[in-house]
Design a protein around this ligand. Structure first.
Ligand code: IMP
Length: 207
C-alpha cells in the first residue's frame, strides 16, 4: 500500500508548493483540508519550531498518518525580526496578504536601502504517529522592496526582492521559487533524511 503524508496546512499556496516538492517520492501527499474532522491547530508558540512541531504532532495523532508541518515567516532586520512567527497576522487576525505587505511597506517607509535586508525562514517537521519525528530549517535572503511587483506566489512575495535574481519573489515562476525558497531549502534537507525515517517507521503506520 502507498504510504501517505498529510500536509498540516490549509494554505493553498503552500499546499501547491509542497506537493510539487514531494512529487517524485512515491508517497501520496494529501492536505489536512481534505480530511474530514481533522482538528484546527492553533499556532500559539513563539518560535517556528514550536509551532511546526505542535501542528505536525496534533495532525499525526488525529489522523493516524505521518504529518508534515511547516511554520514560516518573514524576518526583517530593521524591525528586530518582525513580523517573524506573526507574519500571517501582521496587520490583524484576519488580514489579507495585501494588508500585511502594505503594513510592512508603511513600517519600512523611512528605512534606507542598505538597511532593508530580510529573510524568509521555514522550519519543517515530519511527525510519525508512533512519536518519532525529524525537522529541518531553511532560509532565503532578500531585501524589502519599496513597492509591490508581480502576481506569482503568495504572502509577502510581491515585496520580497531577491538580489541574485534581480526580481521580486512574486515575479518568478513556481519552479524558480522552489529552487531557492526557504521552504524548498528546508524540504531538500528533510528529503535527505526521509529514506532513513521511512525505513525506521515502516510497518508502524495507522496504529
Ligand atoms: P504560517 O502559515 O504560520 O507558516 O505563516 C506563514 C506566513 O508567512 C504566511 O501567511 C505569509 O504571510 C508568510 N510567508 C511564509 N512563506 C512565504 C512565502 O513563501 N512567500 C511569502 N510569504 C510567506
Amino acid at each position: 500500500m502507498k504510504r501517505q503524508i498529510v500536509l498540516a496546512t490549509r494554505n493553498r499556496g503552500k499546499i501547491r508548493e509542497l506537493q510539487a516538492l514531494m512529487k517524485d517520492f512515491g508517497i501520496e501527499v494529501v492536505s489536512v483540508a481534505d480530511i474530514k474532522g481533522a482538528p484546527e491547530v492553533e499556532e500559539d508558540a513563539d518560535t517556528f519550531i514550536g509551532n511546526s512541531l505542535k501542528k505536525a504532532r496534533e495532525i499525526a495523532s488525529a489522523t493516524g498518518f505521518m504529518a508534515l508541518a511547516d511554520d514560516s515567516g518573514l524576518v526583517v532586520d530593521a524591525l528586530d525580526g518582525a513580523p517573524g512567527v506573526y507574519s500571517a497576522r501582521y496587520a490583524g487576525d484576519n488580514a489579507t496578504d495585501e494588508e500585511n505587505y502594505l503594513k510592512l511597506l508603511e513600517e519600512m517607509r523611512d528605512i534606507p536601502d542598505e538597511k532593508r535586508t530580510a529573510r524568509f525562514k521555514c522550519v519543517m517537521v515530519l511527525f510519525h504517529p508512533s512519536g518519532q519525528w525529524i525537522s529541518a530549517e531553511g532560509s532565503c535572503e532578500g531585501v524589502i522592496a519599496r513597492e509591490p511587483a508581480g502576481s506569482e506566489g503568495f504572502g509577502y512575495d510581491p515585496v520580497f526582492f531577491v538580489p541574485e535574481l534581480n526580481r521580486c519573489m512574486a515575479q518568478i515562476s513556481p519552479d524558480e521559487k522552489n529552487a531557492i525558497s526557504h521552504r524548498g531549502n528546508a524540504l531538500k534537507k528533510l528529503r535527505e533524511m526521509l529514506p532513513e525515517f521511512l525505513e525506521k517507521t515502516r510497518g508502524k503506520d495507522n496504529p
